[in-house]
Unconditional design. Structure first.
Length: 231
């Protein structure tokens, strides 16, 4: 009798282990980390075209967008945790939630955001920034030097931004008032990014649309960037 019980227990364990092995990619992708690739230069210099990143799915809790193919089994967020200003986030585009976007969160619910003379203003106050060494862009076999600024957000998060044009189309904007439950996203490549400044294409991003926080570059054409944490 004891040997029969052992055999049943062993068989049950093996079946469970096999199921866990088969389901582990689904579980990891749904609840822990999901890989994404960067198709455009909107987040230069932080993320380059061709970079592969890991996104922490648990950072802000889970929505139906967290699941593969996004089945609408529920609404809202489970285990919700609000994002922080300065986070680089993958989210679903509000006007077409089949499309993944990546941008940096600069504006929180209820805040007023504006660009003036190429400088970001939050609630009427300019964000601290200082010019640093030019960014050397070698995409498409050409080498270009681009003006680069070190921007420090009100919560102390610092990151570099690019300034391609002295008077770019979105260097001077009206005031954007971020609705409650929404966030204002911007690309670090300020003159070459379609982001929340373009209300008809991106606009304000609902909390529910956030997929997760970008954590690390795990593959890049620039070997020095492999393993770099994203902030």
């Amino acid at each position: 009798m004891a040997s029969v019980i052992r055999r049943v227990a062993t068989a049950t364990f093996l079946i469970f282990a096999a199921l866990l092995f088969l389901l582990s990619p689904f579980l990891i992708r749904s609840f822990l980390y999901q890989p994404f690739s960067i198709p455009s230069g909107a987040m230069k210099p932080t993320l380059l075209v061709g970079d592969y990143i890991f996104v922490a799915k648990y950072s802000y809790g889970y929505t139906h967008y967290s699941l593969p193919y996004s089945p609408r089994w529920f609404s809202g967020r489970v285990l919700a945790s609000p994002p922080e200003r300065g986070d680089v986030i993958v989210y679903r585009l509000p006007r077409d939630d089949r499309i993944d976007y990546v941008s940096r969160l600069v504006g929180l619910p209820g805040e007023r955001i504006q660009m003036m003379g190429g400088a970001l203003h939050i609630n009427g106050e300019p964000v601290k920034r200082e010019q640093v060494e030019d960014f050397v862009d070698s995409e498409d076999g050409r080498t270009t030097r681009i003006k680069q600024w070190r921007e420090t957000l009100p919560n102390g998060v610092s990151h570099n931004t690019l300034d391609l044009l002295e008077n770019g189309f979105y260097d001077n904007t009206p005031v954007y008032e971020v609705p409650l439950g929404h966030y204002f996203m911007m690309g670090d490549n300020r003159d070459n990014a379609t982001d929340s400044r373009v209300l008809q294409q991106v606009g304000y991003v609902p909390f529910e649309n956030l997929i997760g926080r970008v954590t690390i570059i795990f593959l890049s054409n620039d070997s020095a960037r492999i393993g770099t944490r994203v902030r």
